[in-house]
Design a protein around this ligand. Structure first.
Ligand code: ADP
Length: 288
């Protein structure tokens, strides 16, 4: 059965909360908390600030056909606001500390829906300009800014509130810059934990990889091992994302155990109904 999600569950899954517990299990990152107000203002403004409008549009639309180019030029609004120099320098300094390339995210979400705007077609950012542009172009980031607590209940109130964002009074947004490293999507997994037990595992990527079928028996113990290292997480039910590389599972993210987290190859009806005492997690891979 679905258990209601409280604001505390959502807060526990903020990057800074779990990172402080599991720093050694996850790639290096820097938390900038609170996020500088000039970034919030920039993200809140209509339009995108482009330093050199014609050049940047050129870059974005090189991959498009002529028709797309005309539309893009008509649609692009130019906002006059850009974060101040000290904020830009702060981001540049962190990028440099993290070996020159980062993946940005806010409290919960990365801008993975906005990779189309990056010349590399990925979330890899090597400058403050990259970071700001991809954040600004992402609806997932907007969700963190405005709607993060929708559909949650208060601890003492069983009714979900979908009408108000009602951020907790001591809440602040955070900018996360994670050190970029090459990830092969074939060994990225989403793991579902119930009652502290690993109950289900599936691929994150939606391509078929034949080697996974036989390698899962080696990968599963690595996933179980990471699950046991996450026992300090304050909730018994949660969903974590991991990247397995050479017999080591890196923690990538922690999400709440409820239907706003994508169940990927599982439906939430199935996940809610699964027995948390089962011995072996159910594993689902993309079929041939
Ligand atoms: P979200 O919570 O928005 O899904 P994640 O932190 O899980 O964001 O990252 C989304 C994807 O970005 C991952 O599946 C992975 O492919 C890629 N990614 C995440 N962190 C890194 C990193 N440090 N370096 C390179 N790619 C990353």
């Amino acid at each position: 059965m679905a258990t209601p999600v409280t604001k505390q569950h959502i807060l526990n899954c903020q990057f800074s909360n779990w990172y402080s517990l599991f720093r050694t299990l996850t790639p290096k990152a820097k938390v900038i908390k609170p996020i500088p107000t000039s970034i919030l203002k920039y993200l809140d403004e209509d339009g995108i600030y482009l330093k050199n409008v014609s050049n940047t549009i050129e870059d974005v639309t090189d991959r498009e056909n002529e028709e797309g180019r005309e539309e893009e030029e008509e649609d692009t609004q130019v906002s006059s606001y850009y974060p101040d120099k000290s904020t830009i320098q702060l981001i540049e300094r962190v990028i440099s500390d993290l070996d020159g390339a980062v993946v940005p995210k806010l409290n919960w979400s990365s801008p993975k829906d906005a990779v189309w705007i990056m010349p590399t077609g990925s979330m890899k950012c090597t400058s403050a300009e990259d970071v700001l542009l991809i954040l600004k172009s992402s609806d997932f980031v907007t969700h963190d800014l405005d709607y993060a607590f929708d559909d949650c209940i208060e601890e003492d109130n069983q009714e979900a509130d979908s009408t108000s964002q009602r951020f907790p009074s001591d809440f602040s947004h955070e900018l996360i810059l994670k050190e970029w490293f090459p990830i092969h999507p074939s060994t990225e997994f989403r793991c579902f934990v119930k009652g502290k037990n690993l109950i289900a595992v599936c691929q994150r990527d939606d391509n078929y990889y034949d080697f996974l079928e036989h390698e899962m028996k080696e990968i599963l113990p690595v996933l179980r091992d990471l699950t046991s290292k996450l026992s300090e997480f304050p909730d018994p039910n949660f969903v974590f994302d991991t990247y397995v590389q050479q017999n080591r599972a890196w923690l990538i993210d922690i999400n709440p155990f409820f239907a706003r987290t994508d169940g990927l190859l599982f439906s939430w009806e199935e996940l809610y109904a699964m027995d948390y005492e089962k011995n072996s997690p159910e594993i689902r891979l993309i079929p041939k």
